[in-house]
Design a protein around this ligand. Structure first.
Ligand SMILES: Cc1cc2nc3c(=O)[nH]c(=O)nc-3n(C[C@H](O)[C@H](O)[C@H](O)COP(=O)(O)OP(=O)(O)OC[C@H]3O[C@@H](n4cnc5c(N)ncnc54)[C@H](O)[C@@H]3O)c2cc1C
Length: 390
């Protein structure tokens, strides 16, 4: 049994069903309405820290975490190609843009850290940024060649098709409401009755609820929002993004943006860590987009939406077991490649084909004062905004 039909859940279901297991996926919402279909579609093989930093903090495990993130990216690219998943995937490369001059030394170090591991990552000076982005707002950038852009809802639909073709059953609008470990397996409660399962894989990421309160306490669900412009004139689109890169800046309350295959600019982020409406967040993003790209001041915003990302205390993904059920969570805003792969790896783990992913070796700490997060997160957001000043 798999709980949650996002990237991770469907990938786990497919791997298990292909091995001949009888797999039921429960999804509490309508299929395809979660974060998996609402995200920026950036497939990024990186944790928040580079390989040497991970090694300094976690020793040899840090290197394996870094390796797994790269494997996740390779896995996604291969899956899309091998299974002909039509999701507009392009290996575009990504620019990580310095929002302030003081960040530049750090970005140079980041580039060197990756280069020392033979990875195609380099620093671009401010004077050369015009070849990469139509904006004067940045002080330099790191280019990651191994990054791609895709249409997340199409990827999700492709994963659903693969899971169904492999023999899994997907039941949407049907939440798992309680889970009992009964020794020889689990009883999973739903509004329609109780399902008996030998194994349970929980892939609820930022949407963790009362099913496993121990898991919900270990992630902070934080809103992330996106606005989309009307399709841009091709010359204007080429001015904004000459190479069609994925863009992310270095602020704590960061912005991420890109061209869509139909020539719109998608611009994402959040104003604060307080709860926000799509309307308010969208207004902030529309204004910010025009600050970054003044040439878009007359372009209409036609769509706005939002969803939740799962933040963990150490800003790393986690894999573990609670009451005998496996879980993968904590995308920290980058789960397109990683959570798809972690789902697949949990499937392999349940089958006994491989040991659990390296992320299972990290200690997954609860978020302090989780119950009071709505009170303190706005203050943390204010501190972030102060740190983010240019
Ligand atoms: C606006 C936005 C932009 C983003 N941009 C990017 C990006 O550009 N690149 C990137 O890598 N990542 C991005 N992300 C993050 C990315 O979307 C997530 O990492 C990814 O969707 C995680 O996949 P998942 O399968 O683990 O979880 P999800 O996609 O969140 O799926 C979890 C599912 O579990 C279901 N569920 C929860 N509880 C239950 C229950 N009790 N019973 C049954 N079902 C349940 C939920 O309804 C949900 O459908 C973004 C996220 C948002 C919101």
């Amino acid at each position: 049994m798999v709980v949650g039909a996002g990237f991770a859940g469907l990938a786990a279901a497919r791997t298990l069903a292909r091995a001949g297991r009888d797999v039921l996926v429960l999804e509490k919402d309508e299929l395809g309405t979660g974060a998996h279909s609402r995200n920026g579609g950036m497939a990024i093989p990186e944790l928040k820290a580079g390989p040497a930093t991970l090694q300094r903090t976690y020793g040899e495990l840090g290197l394996r975490l870094h390796q797994e993130v790269n494997e996740a990216f390779d896995h996604l690219e291969a899956l899309i190609a091998d299974e002909a998943i039509g999701c507009d995937y392009v290996r575009s490369g990504q620019l990580y843009l310095a929002h302030a001059a003081r960040v530049v030394p750090h970005l140079r170090e980041v580039a060197e850290e990756h280069q020392a591991f033979g990875e195609p990552v380099r620093f671009v000076e401010r004077a050369d940024l015009g070849d990469e982005i139509g904006s004067d707002a940045f002080h330099g950038a790191v280019v990651y060649d191994r990054t791609g852009g895709l249409h997340p809802a199409k990827l999700h639909a492709g994963l659903a098709r693969l899971a169904l073709d492999a023999g899994a059953t997907v039941r949407d609008r049907c939440p798992a409401t309680a889970l009992e470990d009964v020794g020889r397996g689990h009883w999973v409660h739903t509004p329609d009755g109780v399902v008996e399962a030998d194994h349970v894989v929980v892939t609820t990421n930022a949407y963790a609820d009362g099913l496993l309160p121990e898991l919900a306490r270990r992630v902070l669900p934080i809103g992330s929002f996106i606005v989309a412009t009307e399709p841009l004139d091709p010359a204007l689109a080429a001015e904004v993004s000459p190479k069609g890169r994925m863009f992310v800046n270095t602020r704590n309350l960061l912005f991420y943006w890109r061209l869509s295959p139909d020539g719109r600019l998608l611009f994402g982020g959040r104003r604060s860590l307080a709860r926000a409406s799509v309307a308010d967040a969208g207004d902030h993003l529309a204004a910010s987009l025009r600050q970054v790209h003044p040439q878009l001041r007359d372009v209409a915003i036609t769509h706005r939406w939002g969803g939740n990302v799962a933040i963990t205390l150490d800003r790393l993904p986690h894999v573990g077991r609670i009451r005998g059920a496996w879980y993968a969570t904590g995308c920290n805003g980058s789960g397109v490649a990683l959570n798809t792969w972690l789902g697949h790896r949990l499937g392999q783990t349940v089958l006994g084909e491989t040991p659990p992913p390296a992320f299972a070796e990290l200690r997954h700490r609860p978020i302090p004062l989780h119950r009071f997060r709505r009170a303190y997160l706005p203050l943390v957001g204010q501190w972030y905004r102060y740190q983010d000043r240019a």
